[in-house]
Design a protein around this ligand. Structure first.
Ligand SMILES: NC(=O)c1ccc[n+]([C@@H]2O[C@H](COP(=O)([O-])OP(=O)(O)OC[C@H]3O[C@@H](n4cnc5c(N)ncnc54)[C@H](O)[C@@H]3O)[C@@H](O)[C@H]2O)c1
Length: 342
C-alpha cells in the first residue's frame, strides 16, 4: 500500500516509516518541519536501504495534500502531524486548535475529495483526564485537563461523526500512552530541541553530561515508591501497533478507538534505575515539589488492542532505556565529528 504519513519526520512518524517500509509498504512522508529536521529522511534511507519520498508542506494546505495524495496514489493515511507541548497549548490554545483540529479537518477534506477512506489518528491518553478508575479502558470518561488534550478529543469527535455519516470510512483512533526509546540503529529517536520536557530524553542528556541532574517532581504520591508512575511504551512497539491497526482496518470499517500501552506503569525512580543500568553509572537526581497538573499515576488497560489488533507491547523498560541511551550516544558522536570537521 501507499501510505501518507503526516508528521512523518517526527519522532513517532519516523519509526512508523521504518516498520511500514520493512513490511513492504511505500511510506510517503509529509511534514512542515516545525518540530523535526529534514536530516531524518537520509537517516531513514540508511535504515531502510532505499530512497524515501518526502514532501515539505503543512496539513492545513488542502490543495497541496490533494495533489500529493493523487500523485502518489495514496491508499491510507496515518496522521501524526500535530503540536504536542501541553504548556504551550495552555498558553496558546488557538495555535493548537488551528494546527491540530483545523489541520485534521483539512486532511480529511482532501481524503474525502479523493475517496481515500482509511485513516489512523494519533490520539493520546491525555483525552481521559483525571482518572475515575484505573487502568483507563477505552470506555473511561473523556475529560482532558488542558488544551492539547482538548484538541485530541475534538478530533476524535469529528472522526466519530464522520464514521457515522459514511460507513465506508475505516478509522482507528490510537490512544498512545508514553512513547519512549528509539530504533536500534540509533539514527532516529526522540530529539527535542532545547531542554527536554519528557523524562527519557532528559535522562539521556543527564547521562551524557549536557544536563546536570534530573529533577523528580513529587516524592510523596500514593504510588509504589512515592514518585509518579506512567505507562511507558517502546516507540517500536507503538509503530508495530500502527501496522496491526492498518491490517485490521483492511477488513473492518467504522471507528475503532484503541489504547496503545503496556498496561504496566513504571515510576520515575524505576526509570532512573533502568537508565542507570543502560549507562552503567549512577545518575544525579534531586527531588522537587509536585508540579501543578501532574497526575500521580495512570496506565492503560491494553486488552482491546490484543483482542482487536492482535497486538501487545513486547519490549521491556530496560530495552526502552538502552535504546534511548544508544540514540543519545550516536547523536553525541555525530555532532562531535561534525564539529571536528568544521
Ligand atoms: N510523543 C508523545 O508522547 C505522544 C503521546 C500521545 C500522542 N502523541 C501524538 O503523536 C503525534 C506524533 O507525536 P511525536 O511525538 O512524533 O511528535 P513530533 O513533534 O516529533 O512529530 C510531529 C511532527 O508533525 C509535524 N507537524 C506539526 N504540525 C504540522 C502541520 N501543521 N503540518 C505538517 N506537519 C506538522 C512536526 O514538524 C513534527 O515533525 C502527535 O500528533 C502527538 O500529539 C504523542
Amino acid at each position: 500500500m501507499n501510505i501518507l504519513l503526516t508528521g512523518g519526520t517526527g519522532y513517532i512518524g519516523s519509526h512508523n516509516a521504518v516498520v511500514l517500509a520493512q513490511a513492504g509498504h511505500e511510506a510517503i512522508l509529509f511534514d512542515n518541519l516545525c518540530n523535526s529536521s529534514k536530516d531524518v529522511v537520509q537517516r531513514l534511507e540508511k535504515i531502510i536501504g532505499k530512497p524515501i519520498t518526502f514532501i515539505e508542506g503543512d496539513v492545513r494546505n488542502t490543495e497541496l495534500l490533494v495533489e500529493v495524495m493523487r500523485n502518489h496514489q495514496v491508499d491510507a493515511v496515518i496522521h501524526f502531524a500535530g503540536l504536542k507541548a501541553v504548556g504551550e497549548s495552555v498558553a496558546n490554545p488557538l495555535l493548537y486548535f488551528a494546527n491540530n483540529v483545523q489541520g485534521t479537518i483539512s486532511l480529511l477534506l482532501a481524503m474525502q475529495q479523493l475517496e481515500i477512506k482509511t485513516f489512523i489518528f494519533s490520539s493520546s491518553a491525555t483525552v481521559y483526564g483525571e482518572p475515575v478508575y484505573l487502568p483507563y479502558d477505552e470506555a473511561h470518561p473523556t475529560n482532558p485537563i488542558n488544551a492539547y488534550g482538548d484538541t485530541k478529543l475534538q478530533v476524535e469527535i469529528i472522526l466519530r461523526d464522520l464514521a457515522k455519516s459514511d460507513p465506508q470510512w475505516k478509522i482507528a483512533c490510537l490512544r498512545y500512552f508514553n512513547p519512549v526509546g528509539a530504533h536500534e540503529s540509533g539514527f532516529i529517536g526522540d530529539d527535542p530541541s532545547g531542554i527536554p520536557g519528557n523524562l527519557m530524553p532528559y535522562l539521556a542528556r543527564v547521562a551524557s553530561g549536557s544536563l546536570q541532574y534530573l529533577s523528580v517532581f513529587g516524592k510523596d504520591y500514593e504510588t509504589r515508591d512515592g514518585t509518579g508512575e506512567r505507562d511507558y511504551i517502546h516507540v517500536m512497539d507503538l509503530a508495530e501497533g500502527h501496522m496491526a491497526a492498518l491490517d485490521f482496518l483492511a477488513n473492518n470499517s467504522g471507528l475503532h478507538v484503541v489504547n496503545l500501552g503496556t498496561g504496566k506503569p513504571a515510576s520515575v525512580l524505576e526509570c532512573v534505575k533502568a537508565f542507570e543500568g543502560a549507562v552503567g553509572k549512577n545518575l544525579p537526581i534531586q527531588f522537587a515539589p509536585r508540579r501543578d497538573g501532574d497526575l500521580p499515576i495512570y496506565f492503560a488497560k491494553a486488552d482491546l488492542a490484543k483482542e482487536k489488533l492482535g497486538w501487545i507491547a513486547a519490549r521491556t523498560l530496560d530495552e526502552m532505556c538502552a535504546s534511548a541511551w544508544h540514540f543519545q550516544q550516536v547523536q553525541s558522536s555525530q555532532s562531535k565529528s561534525s564539529t571536528e570537521s568544521t
